[in-house]
Design a protein around this ligand. Structure first.
Ligand code: TRP
Length: 333
């Protein structure tokens, strides 16, 4: 992969535990993208507070996520890795962009509607404004590409609309970003119900493999995984959704093609198969978990990463914000 010099931006909220689906669909891909793009990755703690958080837990999760990124191979020397709340420009640009966004547009957002139903006792302004803050994140860094899951597509579309709207009213100010929709991992299904996507907030925790699960837990969850009638390990998502999901997981975690994965289990029963899938996953997670634990015990290093990340991010962000302030007529000293 050749370095393109193009700017890439993405972020993840430091809430909930990440699943192997998040790992395959986001973090693992970022590691490869670092070689191709000028990458900025944020921990979106300002987005996280749109639903109520326990302060000590939010702080803890922030460092855990940072350590996880680095343990997975996101390199703070190669990219800008920072915490959203450390760069005040996000809130500042979001305020301006609010005046270029219509209430009706925000009310129509699918995620807003879903989260309003889920948190009916706390439909706060931040929840509704979430996509505008996300637009501010992306536009501050003049990102060309934004890798996200398909669930964020609508937010990326509104980011583009806001950027185009602003550019048309004034003059070209923001790069209009392209979504890079991650396919791998987006397809990993719940182990106890293969018709559902593996989710970090599923009702049944046995259906999801979290990156923090220890070996025994991983093996136990795979042992319980739903298979299909028959006894043949064959990739056939239509008729054998459970087995096919396990084959997909095995194939990515053991770096084999689906055909090679099928061949590994020719003539073997579901029991052996599920054990092998569990082992492949546990083997890959163990070194990541060990490295994450090592990093978490070195708080000075993590603080250092955050401090230099914030400084780098701020240098870029403040330039965009200054341009915007000038264009809209904020008197400058
Ligand atoms: N909303 C994104 C999510 O939940 C996280 C996010 C916040 C983000 N700001 C962003 C993703 C900017 C991409 C770009 O997945």
């Amino acid at each position: 992969m050749e370095f393109t010099g193009k700017k890439l931006y993405s972020a993840v909220q430091p809430t909930n535990n990440l699943t192997i689906g998040n790992y395959l669909g986001a973090i693992k891909q970022w590691v490869g993208l670092q070689e191709e793009y000028d990458c900025t990755f944020a921990i979106a703690n300002m987005h996280a507070i749109t639903v109520r958080q326990e302060p000590a837990n939010l702080r803890k999760k922030t460092l855990e996520l940072l350590a996880l990124y680095i343990a997975c191979g996101v390199d703070p020397e190669k990219c800008t890795l920072y915490l959203q709340s450390h760069v005040p420009c996000h809130a500042e640009l979001a305020w301006v962009l609010n005046t270029f966004t219509y209430v009706g547009e925000m009310e129509r957002m699918t995620q807003f509607k879903d989260k309003s139903a889920k948190h009916a006792d706390n439909i706060n302004m931040g929840l509704m404004d979430y996509p505008v803050l996300m637009a501010a994140d992306i536009l501050l860094y003049q990102a060309d590409v934004v890798p996200v899951g398909l669930d964020q597509r609508q937010h990326l579309e509104i980011t583009r609309d806001i950027a185009i709207r602003f550019n048309n009213i004034y003059s070209p100010t923001f790069t209009v970003p392209e979504g890079l929709y991650m396919k791998v991992g987006a397809k990993i299904a719940d182990l106890s119900d293969p018709s559902k996507k593996m989710s970090k907030s599923a009702e049944n925790p046995n259906g999801s493999i979290f990156l923090t699960d220890d070996r025994d837990t991983v093996l136990r969850k795979f042992k319980r995984a739903v298979t299909d009638s028959g006894n043949e390990v064959r990739f056939d998502p239509e008729n054998k959704p459970g087995v096919s999901n396990l084959l997909s997981i095995y194939s990515v975690f053991s770096d084999k093609s689906i055909a090679e994965a099928e061949a590994d289990f020719a003539g073997k029963g579901y029991g052996d198969f599920k054990l092998a899938v569990g082992e492949a996953v546990a083997d890959k997670l163990a070194p990541i978990q060990a490295e994450q634990a090592r990093l978490l015990s070195d708080k000075a290093y993590l603080d250092n990463v955050l401090a230099s990340g914030a400084e780098k991010a701020y240098r870029t962000a403040k330039k965009t914000l200054a341009k915007v302030y000038k264009k809209i007529g904020f008197y400058q000293l």
